[in-house]
Design a protein around this ligand. Structure first.
Ligand code: T1G
Length: 632
């Protein structure tokens, strides 16, 4: 039974039990409907809504979207809940999200454990709250706070939610008895049937201009996204329509979102990110190795970022550098990064200090003797990696996992340096490691299954999206990006200006265009890497001659104030540079390319298809067997 109803003296108790997150499937909605009918007809004086398992309802069942809605809809359940003739109290633990929080908003009172959180994250799925959230929340907290909460889609702690008035009581101790006591307190006090729908939106001074200004700012922050703008429309509607008109307005906009390509793509990504860490064909009995202490070798940008990732997840880290000067530089960079996060208000000084305290520095390999996992993030040279791994083989305890953060090098070759290749795996983070969510777990020929299982489960534990890759040049991300960058070069030499290419891709939704990214990273990085390659390895000269020409004119990108663009020395604002067009034209002439005008559509198709085609080549090569990154 996904929903049960029983009496405890004068109280009716509804319990939802639909693991893993009590999603509002049809069975749950039907069960709630039936339980409410029972509560309506019995002599209970109040009703409590609990959830079993690890969390209160975490939302509508996303797997049901795109299919015909089966009655009762969540709106119907919410209407029966809110119109019940006796108080209903939601008792929240875990995360009450989306439709789960909308369900709680239709209860007359809400209480929660201190560790609970609430939120309306639909915007992350290209949706908006479709069961009254955009109409009820502004009635409780006003339009500005509602706009921030719903277009941001972030979780709000129970304490903060209570401060806003979204929750009535935060209850210490075990939730169930405390919630029962709270319900009895309400009964004793003759608490009224408080229905949010009866409130009006407190909107002092938040007028049409305020909404228009919010739309403008949102358009910059969430460029091209439809759902955020529709959320603004719904909250604005709440300030001028009746509640039922507002519900209808919200329903219409919600239906448009569900049908949109953006939402279909985001819902696919939601499940893809949860499928990727599951290794197809791996015996489910394989247990990950315990990871309680981690060593990181290399205190540079990557090593420092990776150290922060583990410290942030509560795992003690030993950060090893060759010498004290390098170590101190690395620790100072970590300190600076935490300072930036504190400055943005995303972390308290206290929490930052606790995390930094988990990172200890060392210049002695023997300090890694008790590490359960060591990740090297040293210079991208096979000779250097070989030296590091043979040293690790010497000092690390049996069973320690030895991981390489290499971006391109052959993990099999690195593993062969050790007497324990079964303990060697690739764990490729993306810069900045403490921010980027992708983690490529590279399975070498001899990597043991439990090492893989450990890397995948640890990836989730540290807040990454682990994707399994095979050993090949560039694994997955960089290999696809290489083809994407190649297409930018070809479009340029054929006649498209850098600013046209970047505009097309950013209008599509990329955070930055490929050429602006090149300027950010530094054009000299690719230039140096190409110097180590033969002409055959470099491939078609049209795909790198412009970049080489820029570097040879000391135009390395942002760091020299000029690359594909010119950069303001103070603001680093970029502007198109006619000199670059001359360089491009000269290279086109030199390589016999007849320039022409390229349409935006051609540019977009060529870049996206380059990514898609390389993705399929990776699948064909056995690097993965599912677009989600699963490997054979
Ligand atoms: N529907 C279906 N399955 C879900 C689900 C959902 N809403 N949420 C999680 N799962 C599955 C997930 O695929 C995984 O499955 C398992 O549960 C554990 O998830 C009407 C329209 C709650 C914070 O957006 O944010 O309500 O891989 O690995 O890390 O207005 O799940 O085990 O087979 O993420 O502990 C709004 C989405 C929906 C919340 C838990 N709600 N979920 O994180 O576990 S739209 C959301 C989460 C909506 C209303 C609108 C997280 C979590 P499997 P997990 P976790």
């Amino acid at each position: 039974m996904t929903v049960t109803y029983h009496r405890e003296q004068e109280l009716g108790i509804i319990t939802v039990d639909n693991p893993p997150v009590n999603a509002l499937s049809h069975a749950v909605r039907q069960g709630l409907n039936d339980a409410l009918a029972q509560a309506r007809n019995d002599d209970s004086e109040a009703v409590l809504l609990f959830c079993a398992g690890r969390t209160f309802v975490a939302g509508a069942d996303i797997t049901e979207f795109g299919k015909p809605v089966q009655s009762p809809s969540l709106q119907q359940v919410n209407e029966r809940l809110e119109s019940l003739g006796k108080p209903v109290v939601a008792a929240i633990h875990g995360t009450a999200l989306g439709g789960g929080f909308e369900l709680a908003l239709c209860c007359h009172y809400r209480c929660a454990s201190p560790s609970a959180a609430v939120g309306l994250p639909e915007v992350n799925l290209g949706l908006l709250p479709g069961a009254g959230g955009t109409q009820r929340v502004p009635r409780l907290i006003g339009p500005q706070a509602a706009l921030d909460m719903i277009t941001g889609g972030q979780k709000i702690t129970a304490t903060d939610a209570a401060g806003l008035g979204l929750i009535d009581r935060v209850l210490e101790g075990e939730l169930k008895p405390a919630a029962i006591a709270y319900a009895r307190e309400l009964i004793a006090g003759g608490a009224p049937l408080r229905r949010i729908r009866d409130l009006s939106v407190p909107a002092p001074g938040f007028n049409q201009n305020a909404f228009d200004e919010y739309r403008k700012q949102l358009g910059k922050r969430k460029r091209g996204q439809q759902a955020p703008q529709k959320i603004v429309d719904c909250i604005e509607a709440a300030t001028r329509l009746t509640f039922d008109e507002g519900l209808a307005f919200e329903r219409e906009r919600f239906t448009e979102c569900v049908a949109s390509e953006q939402s279909a793509a985001l819902r696919h990504i939601f499940f893809a990110e949860r499928t990727a860490p599951k290794i197809r064909g791996l015996d489910t009995a394989v247990q990950p190795r315990p990871i309680n202490r981690v060593g990181i070798i290399g205190a540079g940008t990557m090593g420092g970022g990776i150290a922060m990732v583990f410290a942030n997840a509560g795992i003690p880290v030993t950060l090893l550098e060759l010498n004290d000067e390098g170590l101190q530089r690395g620790l100072a960079l970590i300190d600076k990064n935490y300072g930036i996060t504190i400055g943005k208000g995303k972390l308290s000084e206290q929490e930052a200090a606790a995390r930094q305290a988990r990172i200890s520095g060392s210049t002695d390999y023997h300090s890694l003797a008790d590490a359960d996992l060591v990740i090297e993030a040293v210079f991208e040279s096979m000779d250097v990696k070989r030296q590091v791994f043979s040293k690790l083989d010497e000092v690390c305890k049996p069973g320690a996992i030895l991981a390489t953060n290499t971006s391109y090098l052959d993990v099999n070759e690195i593993a062969a340096t050790t007497t324990r290749p079964e303990d060697v795996v690739g764990m490729h983070f993306f810069s900045p490691a403490n921010v980027m969510r992708l983690l490529e777990v590279v399975r070498a020929d001899k990597t043991a299954d439990d090492v893989l299982a450990t890397a995948m489960s640890l990836g989730k534990r540290i807040g990454k999206v682990p994707v399994l890759a095979g050993v090949c040049y560039g694994f997955i991300g960089n290999r696809m990006l290489r083809q994407y960058g190649r297409e930018a070069q070809l479009c340029m030499i054929e006649g498209a200006a850098p600013e046209q290419i970047d505009r097309v891709l950013t209008s599509f939704g990329m955070a930055m265009g490929p050429l602006a990214v090149g300027d950010l990273a530094g054009l000299d990085i690719g230039y140096k890497a190409r110097q180590a390659l033969t002409a055959e390895q470099k491939g078609d000269p049209r795909t790198y001659c412009i970049a080489d020409a820029l570097v040879e004119q000391d135009r390395l990108g942002q760091k020299t104030g000029a690359g594909y663009y010119r950069y303001d020395p103070q603001t680093r604002a970029r502007t198109p540079d006619p000199e670059v067009l001359e360089i491009i034209q000269a290279q086109a002439a030199q390589h016999g390319v007849q320039q022409r005008e390229l349409s935006d559509g051609e540019i977009l198709d060529r870049h996206l298809l380059a990514l898609i085609n390389e993705g399929f080549r990776i699948l064909d090569s056995g690097g993965r067997d599912r677009p989600t990154g699963q490997r054979y």
